[in-house]
Design a protein around this ligand. Structure first.
Ligand code: UZR
Length: 239
């Protein structure tokens, strides 16, 4: 594979419960970073989704999933070994193939998608701050704190309209798996965040501040900056 000689990408983890607005916040941040290409031709900011790293399900798990009885919100549902290896490859400035996950067959498609390193990489998902090794490779950690009624209302609309699921199964899946896993696994990762954004994409003040920070990183290169943020995290105590 061709490697791109450039500074190490600045990795930003964007976590939060289902439908808190992670994707919207990431899209907004990307939009605000106006020019998409720097002078060396490398893309400035890209999104990477933890959802691409769902594990292939075996037949038994697929049967449970089709009955709405598989917990996709549990940390074990993700192939974090592959996610970590992907982050490390991108940090070395090399392109990498990431899996494309098919939510209909609950398995990876045969061909993946090639991702090229960028100056800033936003890594989003409900559990991106859960795995310590992944966390240690993130230069900045954001947690989006949207209230749970709002998230449930959005989730119901998304699952019934986009995924054509019936309301009873959406609600029973939510209470059996999504809510419980949020409380057990996602919410406890809020303590690792450097920045907590209440209300998600509506919080333009917080998003503007993050965008300004990213612009600074793009201007000066992030090695020193990342060092400074790490030092601040270390100084704020082992959490
Ligand atoms: P976000 N997910 C699906 O909807 N379909 C799948 O095949 C696999 C996962 C969901 C998953 C989780 N729950 O709650 C959600 N289920 O994606 C997390 N079922 O994504 O943060 O965008 O809501």
């Amino acid at each position: 594979m061709m490697s791109v000689k450039n500074a190490t990408p600045f990795f930003i983890g964007v976590a939060g419960g289902t439908c808190c607005g992670k994707t919207e916040v990431c899209k907004k941040i990307c939009e605000e970073i106006e020019e998409n290409m720097n002078s060396s031709g490398r893309q400035r900011i890209i999104m990477l989704r933890h959802k691409n790293f769902y594990c292939n399900l075996n037949d038994e798990q697929k049967a449970l999933a089709s009955l709405g009885k598989f917990n996709f919100d549990h940390p074990s549902a993700f192939d974090d070994e592959l996610a970590l290896a992907t982050i490390k490859t991108l940090k070395e400035g090399k392109p990498v193939s990431i899996p494309k996950y098919d939510f209909v067959t609950y398995s990876r498609l045969d061909t993946g998608e090639i991702i090229y390193p960028a100056d800033v990489i936003l890594f989003e998902g409900i559990l991106v701050l859960y795995n310590k090794e992944i966390r240690d490779n993130l230069d900045m950690k954001i947690f989006i704190d949207t209230d749970c009624d709002t998230r449930l209302a959005r989730r119901v609309l998304r699952d019934t309209i986009e995924h054509k699921r019936d309301i009873d199964s959406v609600l029973s899946h939510y209470t059996s798996f999504v809510k419980r896993s949020f409380e057990d696994f996602t919410l406890p990762t809020k303590k690792y965040a450097d920045v907590i954004i209440p209300r998600g994409v509506n919080n333009t003040v917080a998003i503007d501040l993050i965008v300004e920070h990213i612009r600074d990183i793009l201007k000066v290169g992030h090695s020193q900056d990342s060092h400074r943020i790490r030092k601040q995290s270390e100084n704020s105590g082992s959490r």
